[in-house]
Design a protein around this ligand. Structure first.
Ligand code: CP
Length: 320
């Protein structure tokens, strides 16, 4: 595996889920693979789960992780080509990337969408430069449009908790005070479309996800109707993806608190499990009673971030 951005990069999902089960049961069985190998984890943005789970996964495989916080531990980096660098950014990615990759065998990148320029974000401009100039396998640790380590962990969690062969999984938009990227819902949709589940998306008008990720998943604008009979409810906020109105890309179109997932919403489901990638704003995205209920999977989901990251790193090490 040379890169991990999309569900297609993992190949057969059944095989990947089987491998995840093995890795979870015997996390240190492949410690020899990472001997004398280094993974660099580069963060342009904050993180709790991704940072820690990636380091833990690397350590389980016997690798040495190096974590770099861009702009705090390093110079501020320029990401756009052809600019006059007369601002506060001292170094360009064009030099920084090959320097960083000369010190490691694998590299993971966290680089959120700026939400200003849809073409720049949806072109995965930063991530693509790491592929082009780095020459080492690249993992998206949440880039402008995708968060595959999260989506894989979400799928592992659904596989562990599903009570029927083909559960109904609902991705619901929920309100948030700040404009957030679409990476999590994009990847969740992409992975659910490839999985053996009945997948439904619900959100207010204007929040339509890019068709490259939403595919043919049904979109139901009536949230309560979408949630009827759901086995898993996956809540997430995202800003306007700019599909129906490119001028509104990255904007907040609604703060309707009626979309906050609470007991009223969960009551119409099939005693559904609640999921969220975290961090979560309590009583904005989800009520205390729903996230604190025994049916909340937010902690097992976060724990499975080690498993998903370890499967990906293991495969990359095996193909070096
Ligand atoms: N879910 C997730 O990626 O969490 P962090 O932003 O804390 O890494």
């Amino acid at each position: 595996m040379k890169s991990f951005f999309h569900v297609s990069d993992i190949g057969d999902l059944g095989a990947a889920l089987g491998e995840a089960k093995q890795v979870k049961a015997t996390p240190f069985a492949w410690k020899h693979l990472g001997e004398n190998k280094t993974i660099m984890l580069v963060f342009f943005n904050s993180s709790l789960r991704t940072r820690l789970s990636s380091q833990k996964a690397a350590l389980n495989l016997g690798m040495n992780p190096i974590v770099l916080n861009i702009g705090q531990d390093s110079w501020k980096l320029e990401t756009e080509m052809g600019v006059v660098m007369d601002g506060d950014k001292s170094e360009h990615l064009r030099e920084a990337i090959p320097v960083m990759t000369s010190y490691c065998d694998l590299i993971g990148i966290r680089s959120f969408a700026g939400l200003q320029d849809r073409a720049f974000d949806y072109g995965e401009t930063v991530l693509r430069q790491f592929v082009e100039y780095g020459g080492k396998p690249v993992i998206s640790l949440e880039s402008a449009t995708v968060h595959p380590c999260q989506a894989f962990a979400d799928l592992i969690t659904i596989e562990e908790y599903r009570k029927k062969k083909r559960p109904k999984v609902v991705l619901t938009w929920a309100p948030h005070p700040r404009a957030l990227p679409q990476a999590v819902p994009n990847s969740f949709a992409e992975w659910m479309n490839a999985a053996d589940v009945d997948f439904v998306i619900t959100h207010p008008h204007g929040y339509e996800l890019d068709p490259a990720f939403a595919g043919n998943a049904p979109v139901e604008y009536d949230q309560m109707k979408a949630l009827e009979g759901a086995d898993f409810v996956y809540a997430k906020n995202w800003s306007c993806p700019g599909v129906t109105d490119p001028a509104r890309y990255g904007q907040i179109l609604s703060k309707d608190m009626g979309w906050t997932v609470d007991a009223r919403h969960m009551a119409v489901t099939n005693n559904a499990y609640f999921m969220h990638c975290l961090p979560v704003r309590r009583n904005m995205i989800v009520s205390d009673e729903v996230i604190d209920a025994p049916t909340s999977l937010v902690i097992p989901e976060a724990a499975n971030r080690v498993v998903s990251a370890q499967v990906v790193m293991k495969r990359m090490l095996e193909s070096l």
